[in-house]
Design a protein around this ligand. Structure first.
Ligand SMILES: CC(C)(COP(=O)(O)OP(=O)(O)OC[C@H]1O[C@@H](n2cnc3c(N)ncnc32)[C@H](O)[C@@H]1OP(=O)(O)O)[C@@H](O)C(=O)NCCC(=O)NCCS
Length: 147
């Protein structure tokens, strides 16, 4: 297993994983844009050159937004989500980031537990953000020298 920064050569693998995991996935063009924009950081966890997990963020000065975290369905629940998220947080901190924001659908309990476990706290909720009765929860993690 190894964690690497994703680049444009990973676009097909990322597109495939997006399709597997999300009902509104990034298409190939959006994935390419995500992987090539200057202020993005995407990490991938590879097993025998197969992308099994990824996490991506956008960075603006000292603030980052986590865009996506995903683990191939067959490997969910094995600790890889936690692993890739923690590595992304470490690398963002090394880039000088002091606060990380993300949003998650209010019934995505797996993701919410993942984020709470990583130290995020809920700061607000946007009602019906994803459609009727599908709310967005906004979480924040402050980084300091102790975490
Ligand atoms: C959310 C996701 C990234 C978690 O990755 P994962 O590899 O399955 O999770 P891990 O095995 O690393 O577990 C991390 C934490 O998630 C939570 N979790 C994992 N499986 C869970 C389950 N079945 N039910 C509830 N919580 C669960 C736990 O809090 C766990 O921490 P713990 O083991 O210390 O209790 C993954 O399930 C996924 O890709 N889901 C689909 C895409 C998605 O919704 N992404 C998030 C929004 S962008």
């Amino acid at each position: 297993m190894e964690i690497k920064k994703l680049n444009k050569t990973d676009v097909q693998a990322l597109t495939n994983l997006e399709r597997e995991l999300f009902s509104n996935p990034f298409n190939e063009q959006s994935c390419l844009q995500e992987l090539t924009e200057a202020n993005r950081l995407y990490l991938g966890l590879f097993n025998n050159n197969n992308l099994i997990a990824y996490a991506g963020a956008t960075i603006v000065f000292n603030s980052a937004d986590i865009i996506k975290v995903g683990v191939v369905k067959a490997e969910q629940g094995n600790g890889y989500g936690k692993l890739i998220l923690n590595q992304l947080i470490t690398e963002l901190k090394n880039c000088g980031v002091t606060e990380i924001i993300l949003e998650v659908e209010h019934e995505n309990f797996k993701a919410i537990s993942l984020y709470l476990g990583a130290g995020f706290t809920e700061i607000s909720e946007r009602k019906n953000y994803y459609g009727l009765n599908s709310h967005a929860k906004i979480f924040k993690l402050e980084l300091n020298n102790e975490n």
